[in-house]
Design a protein around this ligand. Structure first.
Ligand SMILES: Nc1ncnc2c1ncn2[C@@H]1O[C@H](COP(=O)(O)OP(=O)(O)OP(=O)(O)O)[C@@H](O)[C@H]1O
Ligand SMILES: [Mg+2]
Length: 303
């Protein structure tokens, strides 16, 4: 994205943020949507385990009785549907084309979780006309109270799509591995989101660690550099061990918390899910889930 594009999007994000309270109150003020929490799961470097974290955390949350929607915003190949062994027939493109209702597009995953496959339709978030926007808002309206959590599986990197989802979500969860290039890219992503998009608060999960110390070391490195150069806070949410059985799970198209529920890695995902469930909603208002959709579409419409 060019600098001028950056600043346009930044201005949009700012003005939208400023309208936050007003809009959030106006939209469906008779419905309580404050309990739905929206997390964008993101990373600087690809292949660090975002999709694995989304899928396993979602299932762990569902096992705790939470209602979870996954928005599959990853246009890559190793998608959520592959991880769950699902073959969604339709995606948002079909919805936009007017052939199907949103409910027809939602796919059922294990333990009652729902998946909204965006497919290449995600790109259309930036190019919807106003009637399409209204249609989508209508559809989302009708289901927004059904979920305790919305987890967005984003692409890696700093594309426009990624920044849209990250700025729209209430919480940003950055996944990295202890690999130095993954740490550097995680830092670069947080730097961009804080300097260009005024995101100041991040959550961190360190995946594929040998032990907890290795994860804490990554957290220390990131906080040390960011304390020095950026005005952000990073919350360490936990770590996930490297586990060879992950390959097994992928091959069987089952999530590891389901396939090996007593494994160390399943316990770690359970702890991560419990930590997220116990987190208080942020004091700074970024609005409820309804505002998330609204913001997503608004930014997209002007982008
Ligand atoms: N804790 C882990 N232990 C072992 N293997 C893992 C672990 N987490 C992820 N993997 C493996 O690493 C690979 C990449 O994981 P995944 O697809 O979840 O990453 P991603 O960040 O979503 O990638 P992309 O950027 O391409 O979307 C997969 O083969 C996955 O099975
Ligand atoms: Mg992925």
């Amino acid at each position: 994205m060019s600098n001028s594009q950056n600043s346009v999007v930044q201005d949009q994000a700012n003005s939208l943020r400023a309208m936050d309270n007003g809009l959030a109150n106006n939209i469906n003020s008779n419905q309580s949507d404050s309990t739905t929490r929206v997390y964008a799961i993101t990373s600087g470097k690809g292949g660090v385990g975002k999709t694995a974290v989304v899928a396993n955390t979602a299932v762990s949350m569902a096992m705790m009785g939470k209602k979870v929607l996954i928005l599959d915003a990853d246009l890559g190949l190793a998608n959520i549907d592959v991880v769950f062994g699902l073959a969604p027939k339709y995606n948002l493109n079909h919805f936009f084309a007017g052939d199907y209702a949103l409910a027809d597009i939602l796919v059922k995953g294990p333990h009652g979780i729902k998946i909204l496959p965006a497919g290449s339709g995600v790109q259309n978030f930036t190019r919807l006309d106003s009637s399409q926007k209204l249609k989508l808002l209508d559809g989302l309206d009708s289901m927004h109270n059904d979920f305790d959590f919305v987890l967005i599986d984003t692409e890696a990197g700093i594309s426009e799509n990624v920044t849209y989802f990250n700025t729209a979500a209430q919480e940003i969860l950055v996944v990295t591995t202890p690999d130095p290039t993954a740490i550097t890219d995680a830092y670069a992503l947080m730097k961009l989101l804080s300097t260009q998009y005024h995101e100041k608060s991040f959550n961190l999960v360190v995946n594929q660690v040998q032990n907890e110390n290795e994860a804490l070391d990554v957290y220390r490195k990131l906080t040390m550099v960011s304390n020095r150069y950026l005005d952000i806070s990073i919350d360490f949410l936990g770590s996930i061990p490297a586990d060879r059985q992950m390959t097994d799970a992928i091959r069987k198209q089952r999530v590891i918390v389901d396939l090996f529920p007593t494994s160390k890695i399943a316990t770690a995902f359970g702890q991560l899910a419990a930590t997220i469930c116990s987190e208080q909603p942020p004091a700074t208002p970024k609005g409820g889930v309804q505002f998330f959709w609204k913001r997503l579409l608004d930014i997209g419409a002007r982008g």
